[in-house]
Design a protein around this ligand. Structure first.
Ligand code: S3P
Length: 189
């Protein structure tokens, strides 16, 4: 059963922030929203924040400034988001690999979680979601996804918690993270 994490007297999580990482369409936003609601924390999606702060869509940034320009904005915005507390952050899919030491360099009070999906699942979900992802907007998206995932896997694997996100629902994944947090509080809190 999922532990109730609300209103436990005197107990604070040893984490001030949860960072969700994983490939495009791995479910970071849907899991992040549910997790934040369960914890009573704020949810921030890094892509949405990039768009809000730059006044441009991710697609337009890629078009006008290239991937390099996007990574630069994404890096600044995400670093800023990671300063917060009682916050769940969904990173952009490429953020952990743009600088491979990023996840190692996180402070201990940030719990990083990798939502792991195979390329075929990601492409299928991305197609159904309908949001344009410039790196998958190519002739053979599955081939590109496989290649990208091959480059990125070892960066994602630096996250502290790994969850197979190919089958479980966003609610079930949020529950698994809540359980991990509750156990961490019992051990360390
Ligand atoms: C990207 C993932 C996207 C977005 C951009 C680049 C990537 O975010 O940041 O299109 O390089 O994997 P999602 O992971 O939310 O799709």
């Amino acid at each position: 059963m999922t532990p109730d994490v609300h209103g436990v007297p005197g107990a604070e999580f040893p984490f001030r922030l949860v960072l969700l990482v994983g490939f495009m369409a791995s479910g970071k936003t849907s899991v992040g929203r549910r997790l934040a609601a369960r914890l009573g924390w704020e949810f921030v999606d890094a892509d949405a924040e990039v768009e809000a702060r730059s006044g441009l869509s991710v697609e337009a940034i890629f078009r006008e400034r290239g991937e390099e320009g996007f990574r630069e904005i994404e890096g600044r915005v995400t670093a800023d988001l990671l300063e917060g507390r009682r916050r769940v952050v969904a990173s952009g899919g490429g953020w952990p690999a743009a600088d491979p030491d990023r996840l190692y360099a996180l402070p201990d009070e940030i719990l990083s979680v990798w939502l792991r999906v195979p390329a075929s699942v990601a492409v299928d979900r991305a197609r159904r979601e309908g949001r344009v992802r410039p790196l998958l907007d190519v002739e053979d998206p599955e081939e590109s996804a496989r290649e990208l995932l091959g480059h990125r896997r070892s960066s994602y694997a630096r996250a502290r918690l790994h969850l197979d996100a190919s089958k479980p629902s966003p609610d079930a994944l949020a529950s698994a993270i809540v359980e991990y947090l509750a156990a961490a509080r019992r051990t360390r809190g």
